[in-house]
Design a protein around this ligand. Structure first.
Ligand code: AMP
Length: 477
């Protein structure tokens, strides 16, 4: 029987990923007595953001880009380096140091805001009680709260016939800790995670094959962007095999044999390393006791209404746990803040229509709003401008001329309905488009906005100018 404590909080947040962390800090800022519960993520007892691999991915991608550019790009700048060496242990240590620094900052913020930080596994018992099992002692205790916010995030999906050993066959999270560059790497799943990992490991020198079950590459994207991405990644040397459903992967003496099926039949592929990047599922196993009656859907997502309220009074769910909006850190952070405000009586609803999405490859892919195919399917009358990044002079100076900016606006009202970018620093460029959609801007508004020269942002401006039939385009000379 667990101990029942007299500890009483206004808000208990379960999970310290981006969404839970934001929720806890905002609750405390609003004067609510708050506790945040999370098991420790690593053996060194560091508090980290490890529920998401996004920061680790960024750190490694940056290292990989530097290495790659030293080998392939620097000579044209007149920079020659002999004996380029790669030390994976230093690269991984740098990434871990960044994560540790973020962890330290989180703890600092928890302390500043007097948030109770509990290292334990939490289980929801009922709308006002959480059972916690302490990480260090294993002792079970029950704590009480007026409101409970579930923010346990998601975990990588594995495949039934593939045994992850994190030595030869890795899940997407462990793939950020591989300490030797594979010779021949197969990544199962060419979705967001698979592509980001492919960009890291291929730049570090691994011959990389992506096996993707779907026939359509990145089907949620605007089709023109996914088409451009496919060609660009292929030109970079990624071996992208679509319609290739992996059935099994077996470790032999010398290599791993992957069996996959496509329209031509069943094939065997031999590689030395495999990464399974088949998407994520919500971390809801054992999150609530059965008698709590927390409503989940068949895939384990927590049922919520538009205000992140679960079926239990006073219990909310934010971030990757729900099907509201995409599984992205910034969406979770917004929800975390929204729920804390909502509890405190402030209602600042989230506009899920304009959550930006980013794929952190090189070039990056970023978009906001609707795709051309979705708008055409709904019969919307639209106009479209496409500006190739090769016309942008800053991109020319940077030698990063791949990609395009696409703006879709309403044919009559001129309101911007979607912006889709593939190109270097697309993740930064998209911010302007998000702001434009937030303010219901027209393409005219964007065209009239002065952009600094020479910048990559001129590519967005130039796309808007195309919609205005402006003959002269700023960066085209
Ligand atoms: P994401 O959720 O963006 O990380 O994408 C995961 C990708 O993995 C999706 O595009 C799936 O189609 C793909 N996938 C899932 N199962 C398999 C499988 N058995 N073989 C190949 N690809 C798969």
């Amino acid at each position: 029987m667990p101990n029942i404590t007299n500890d009483y909080y206004d808000v208990i947040v379960i999970g310290t990923g981006p969404a839970g962390f934001a929720s806890a800090v905002r609750s405390a800022q609003l004067g609510l007595k708050t506790a945040c519960i999370n098991t420790r993520h690593d053996a060194n007892n560091k508090d980290t953001h490890l529920n998401t691999g996004d920061i680790a991915t960024m750190a490694l991608l940056d290292s990989a880009k530097k290495y790659h550019s030293l080998i392939y790009d620097c000579a044209q700048h007149g920079i020659f380096a002999n004996e380029i060496k790669l030390d994976m242990s230093i690269m991984l240590q740098r990434k871990d140091n960044i994560l540790a620094e973020i962890g330290d900052k989180m703890v600092e913020l928890f302390n500043t805001h007097k948030i109770g930080h509990i290292h334990a596994k939490a289980r929801l018992l009922n709308p006002q009680q959480v059972e916690i099992t302490a990480d260090d002692t294993g002792i079970k205790t029950v704590i009480n709260a007026k409101y409970i916010i579930l923010a346990t995030g998601s975990e990588a999906i594995t495949l039934p016939n593939i045994q992850i050993d994190n030595e030869y066959i890795f899940d997407a999270k462990a793939a950020l800790n591989i300490d030797k560059v594979p010779n021949k790497l197969a990544i199962i799943g060419a979705g967001v995670m698979g592509l980001e990992l492919a960009n890291i490991w291929s730049r570090l020198g691994a011959s990389t094959i992506l096996l993707e079950a779907q026939e359509n590459f990145l089907s949620v994207l605007d089709q023109q962007i996914s088409g451009a991405a496919f060609s660009l990644f292929q030109n970079q040397g990624l071996d992208l095999r679509l319609g290739a459903r992996v059935l099994s992967a077996k470790k032999g003496n010398k290599n791993i044999a992957i069996e996959y099926q496509d329209q031509d039949g069943t094939h065997t592929l031999k590689v030395d390393t495999v990464i399974v990047a088949c998407g994520s599922r919500p971390n809801t196993a054992n999150l609530a006791a059965p008698e709590a009656n927390l409503l989940l859907d068949q895939d384990g997502y927590v049922y919520v209404d538009d205000n992140c309220r679960t079926n239990l009074p006073g219990v909310y769910a934010v971030g990757d746990l729900t099907l509201l909006g995409p599984m992205l850190a910034h969406k979770g952070i917004e929800e975390g803040i929204f729920v804390a405000d909502f509890i405190a009586g402030i209602n600042n609803p989230i506009n899920y229509e304009i959550v930006p999405s980013v794929i952190y490859t090189e070039p990056e892919i970023a978009w906001v709003g609707q795709t051309e195919q979705a708008l055409r399917a709904s019969g919307e009358e639209i106009k479209i401008a496409i500006h190739p990044i090769k016309k942008n002079i800053r991109a020319l100076a940077m030698d990063k001329q791949e990609g395009l900016v696409k703006i879709i606006a309403h044919a009559h009202s001129d309101k911007i309905l979607g912006v889709h970018i593939i190109g270097t620093q697309a993740s930064e460029l998209i911010a302007e488009a998000v702001l434009a959609l937030e303010f219901s801007a027209s393409s005219e508004d964007l065209a009239r906005t002065i952009h600094a020269r020479p910048t990559l942002s001129e590519a967005v401006h130039d796309a808007a100018l195309i919609l205005k039939d402006r003959v002269f385009q700023q960066s085209e000379y």
